[in-house]
Design a protein around this ligand. Structure first.
Ligand code: GLU
Length: 321
């Protein structure tokens, strides 16, 4: 039996004129506030614990560098694990596939700072976005450049056009003072020869990297190369189109701690969250987003941030699926 073809709606991706994304953001800001669900700020880094969970900002950047935002979209916040995306991009651009000798590309299903899996898997972390994997990436970037955190800051400054993006030494110090678990991860991997630099030097670089403060506008713009198939704002190549695809794929599968499946289900975009309450997300070829609200859910993702991205893809139809 033949069915007559159903009426197909015009593709919502093209139906949303990108200039209208600003209006979509205003609607999302109101709807997210109306939900009244904010979570609570990370408390394991004392300096982040005092953040007001009701703060909310969201920015969307188009590939040509046009950026729109609502709420606290120009307020710098602690980028934390969002910097792991930029560290990975730099290492891939400097030496390609070699990094995969020391770190895998599978979701972990475990909390971001878990130790258990590492022993079963001989000191090779599951992916570059859990802490153990990020330590391997930063270790490699440190070996390749001598200044991993500085290179990440430089990339963020150049791509966002904001020359004042910087580390926050008090946050790095606060994290170092409570960094026993990250130190344990690094020492444990060093025992498998999967860390090349002295562990104290690596931890210092990693905590500096995590302490970078940037705004939604900065991070949406800085992630633009992931929507431009690896091309930087100045037209030079940071990643090949394949590498940009690979980073986006790892963000989709591993970018939001052990909630990546739920994030993919709700949002349908590559994303990377940080415990400062920020999340970046990529619509390849169309735009990059960054949302910030410091209240987290139990798995470490911003409650209002995930809700806002969920609304964004629902309202615009922009998704990779
Ligand atoms: N600096 C944090 C840590 O390693 C990053 C955590 C995060 O944002 O996921 O504990």
């Amino acid at each position: 039996m033949h069915h007559s073809p159903r009426h197909i709606r015009p593709d919502t991706v093209t139906a949303v004129a990108t200039g209208r994304l600003g209006a979509v953001l205003e609607r999302i800001e109101k709807e997210t506030a109306a939900l009244g669900e904010w979570g609570s700020p990370a408390d394991y880094i004392p300096l982040l614990a005092g953040a007001d969970p009701r703060r909310f900002g969201m920015a969307v950047a188009e590939p040509d560098g046009t950026v729109y935002g609502v709420g606290d979209w120009r307020t710098p916040f602690s980028a934390q694990s969002i910097t792991k995306v930029f560290a990975l991009a730099l290492v891939l651009s400097l030496e390609g596939e070699r990094i995969w000798q020391g770190v895998g590309r599978e979701p972990s299903g475990n909390p971001f700072n878990s130790l258990v899996q590492l022993e079963y898997e001989n000191g090779i972390p599951r992916n570059p976005f859990i802490n153990a994997g990020a330590l391997v990436v930063t270790d490699r970037l440190q070996t390749l450049t001598g200044d991993a955190a500085g290179r990440i800051r430089e990339l963020l400054r150049a791509e966002s056009g904001n020359p004042v993006i910087d580390f926050t030494p008090a946050v790095a110090a606060s994290e170092a003072a409570h960094g026993a678990r990250n130190a344990a991860l690094a020492h444990f991997m060093a025992s498998y020869s999967n860390i090349a630099n002295p562990v104290p030097d690596l931890l210092a670089a990693y905590f500096r990297q995590c302490s970078i403060e940037a705004s939604c506008a900065d991070l949406a713009l800085a992630a633009g190369f992931l929507a431009r198939r690896g091309v930087r704002t100045d037209g030079s190549v940071l990643l090949t189109p394949s590498q940009a695809k690979q980073v986006n794929a790892i963000m989709l599968t591993c970018g939001t701690y052990d909630a990546a499946g739920d994030f993919a289900y709700r949002v349908g975009l590559p994303g990377k969250s940080g415990v400062g309450g920020g999340i970046i997300a990529v619509v390849p070829g169309v735009c990059t987003l960054c949302v910030w609200s410091p209240g987290l859910d139990r798995r470490g993702n911003s409650v209002a941030g995930v809700a806002a991205l969920d609304r964004f893809t629902t309202l615009t139809g922009l998704s990779v699926f």
